[in-house]
Unconditional design. Structure first.
Lengths: 131, 497
């Protein structure tokens, strides 16, 4: 039991992202309302963004801005002192992607609502079957 | 100019998408020539690039001049040189063939449609050409998001919901791929595919690398509609506008198969995928189930377009199984089938496009008497059907031959049986369509029967591209030997039995 707690605490960032991901997945599978599903999808994407952000962090690291750049002071830069900026930069792109996906999903939701006057999936399916 | 082919083939359609969008506001008639010009430049660059690869070997192109592994490198070898040509040429042919159909189905939305069309092709070409694992994700999402929008433009009752379901599944797939890349990045600290491949061999026992491979693979399987994960595909493709389904059906699944083969061959080595993991046996069995279930579900359909979508599900099983047989013949069959299946699917869906243009429907009941009514369209359909069934000299026969050869060499007799079973089912499927089209009398929508039916063929601008593809099926079939000897032979790494 003590070992398990150790494992959970030492890697809490992974546990948080997996929990969030599963919440999102659950919403996408189990919810009946289309908007709730879309929200679940967004939680799912955000979980992965959180995962990337957390892997760039170092204990005691600071912002990756090199003050004495371009030969002003020939200081040695210790990479271990700085956070890894690459995953963070990648996630800027992933955020843009997730916003675009969300936009398209909501636009489709509006189209569906205009056609069926409801966003509950079971009611829509009943209407489709009736035709 | 020729040095910049790898950049041109992505950047020209990307930038022209903005101009097409702007031109749509000024004059809608400008959109079509602009899109044709953009995709022609892409296709020309792709062919030039393939020829360069054939002469000089692998082409590396550094975007912005940054050396790998820091910058993004476009990395073109025999495998993606071939896939690039297939993608760009089928997109161009489809664009020209479906002009009239687009004008008929949504005359007021041609501007946005062409913009999305060109962006979608940008995404597909970008996925194929890039040598950077994260860049692949971004381009995958460019292709997918435009794909969702294109698919939702179809049937107002069903298309938006089908497209939304695809969006959920597609997002999960892309996120899984991204997560897998994240694990790879944790393990190797690199995003460049070739660089990762250099670092990985020492880490093959690491659980993070195994997790990365499996998560990426599942993500790509969702995107390619591999059997248990295929649920989004049939509805999304069936209710889409005809021009969209004939664009997306040939390209999306095939490009994702390419990504899977790239993951197996370049990012992770075959040694890791086949020896260290030792899951290939189970995946081939999954592929068998995919083929059999795809065939059976296709048999249960009552309209032509949905039947074709289930055939795609079965064909995805062919390629996944072939790639995972783990021998030279199987991999050759899988790569060859990417080319052949793209052309076959394009041909079949262009036929559907012509039928919808004239008959306004694609249910089996609408196909009555179509052979006398549209003899040329149905002629092309017969060629596509024979190729999907696998009758020589059409190209479908040769890839199936390699796949069966690979199955026998790998002692995967279940896969061989599944292939033969699905060919037999395909015979039943297509002869049912032929029967309806040939023997049942033509009736119009009011139920009046016409004897004999009057010929009312689709316009020449739709027939000529269709016949280019149909003849292409036979030509590719006849030149299979050259394609295998000059291109695919170099795709497969040494040491592959």
């Amino acid at each position: 039991m003590g070992d398990l707690i150790q494992v959970v605490i030492a890697k809490y960032n992974y546990w948080i992202y997996i929990t969030l991901m599963m919440i999102g997945l659950y919403a996408m599978i189990a919810k009946n309302n289309l908007i709730k599903k879309i929200v679940g999808m967004n939680i799912f994407q955000t979980a992965i963004i959180l995962f990337y952000i957390s892997i760039g962090v170092k204990k005691g690291g600071t912002l990756p801005i090199v003050e004495h750049g371009h030969g002003a002071h020939p200081n040695v830069v210790h990479a271990a002192d700085y956070l890894n900026p690459l995953p963070h930069v990648l996630m800027l792109t992933a955020i843009v992607v997730s916003v675009a996906t969300l936009g398209v999903a909501l636009a489709l939701g509006i189209k569906i609502y205009n056609r069926y006057n409801t966003l509950e999936e079971d009611e829509i399916l009943v209407q489709i079957r009736e035709k | 100019m020729s040095q910049n082919y790898p950049a041109l083939l992505v950047i020209v359609p990307l930038l022209s998408a903005f101009f097409i969008s702007a031109a749509g506001w000024v004059n809608k008639r400008l959109c079509f020539p602009l899109s044709v010009a953009a995709l022609s430049v892409s296709a020309y660059s792709c062919i030039g690039l393939l020829l360069r690869v054939l002469n000089e070997g692998v082409v590396h192109y550094r975007l912005g001049g940054w050396p790998p592994p820091w910058g993004i490198v476009y990395y073109v070898d025999y495998l993606n040189g071939l896939v690039l040509c297939v993608v760009s040429i089928s997109a161009l042919i489809n664009l020209i063939a479906t002009k009239k159909s687009i004008e008929q189905e949504f005359p007021e939305k041609t501007g946005p449609f062409y913009t999305l069309y060109v962006l979608f092709v940008t995404g597909m070409l970008g996925i194929t050409v890039t040598g950077d694992a994260f860049n692949l994700y971004v381009l995958l999402e460019i292709g997918s998001i435009t794909g969702y929008a294109l698919l939702a433009m179809g049937d107002e009752d069903r298309a938006p919901l089908a497209s939304l379901n695809y969006l959920y599944m597609g997002t999960i797939g892309a996120c899984f791929y991204l997560l897998g890349v994240g694990y790879l990045y944790i393990a190797t600290g690199s995003l460049n595919m070739v660089d990762i491949a250099h670092i990985l061999p020492d880490l093959y026992q690491s659980k993070a690398v195994t997790a990365a491979f499996i998560i990426c693979l599942v993500g790509v399987w969702i995107k390619m509609a591999f059997f248990p994960l295929h649920a989004w595909l049939p509805n999304a493709y069936t209710f889409a506008p005809s021009a969209t389904s004939s664009l997306i059906a040939p390209l999306m699944t095939k490009v994702m198969i390419y990504v899977m083969i790239r993951l197996i061959l370049t990012v992770f080595t075959p040694e890791f995928a086949f020896t260290t993991l030792a899951v290939s046996h189970y995946i081939v069995w999954l592929a068998c189930i995919a083929i059999v279930m795809g065939a059976i579900l296709a048999l249960a359909q009552h309209d032509l377009k949905k039947m074709l979508t289930y055939i795609i599900v079965a064909e995805v099983g062919y390629m996944v199984g072939g790639a995972w047989l783990g021998n030279r013949a199987g991999m050759t069959g899988a790569v060859l089938h990417i080319v052949n299946d793209a052309l076959m699917t394009l041909c079949a869906f262009l036929v559907v496009c012509n039928i919808v243009y004239k008959v306004k429907g694609y249910a089996f009941a609408d196909l009555k008497g179509l052979f006398p009514k549209m003899p040329f369209t149905m002629g092309a359909f017969v060629i596509a059907a024979l190729s999907i069934i696998g009758v020589p000299p059409t190209c479908g026969f040769f890839s199936k031959w390699y796949l069966i050869l690979g199955a026998i060499q790998a002692h995967q007799y279940g896969f061989m049986v599944a292939l033969l079973f699905s060919s037999l089912i395909n015979v039943v499927l297509f002869f049912r369509v032929f029967e309806v089209g040939f023997f049942e009398p033509f009736s119009d929508h009011e139920g009046h029967e016409h004897h004999p039916a009057v010929m009312a063929e689709a316009p020449l601008s739709m027939l000529v591209p269709l016949y280019i593809v149909a003849v292409g099926l036979i030509v590719v079939g006849l030149y299979t030997g050259d394609i295998v000897n000059h291109i695919i032979r170099f795709v497969i790494p040494k040491g592959f039995m």
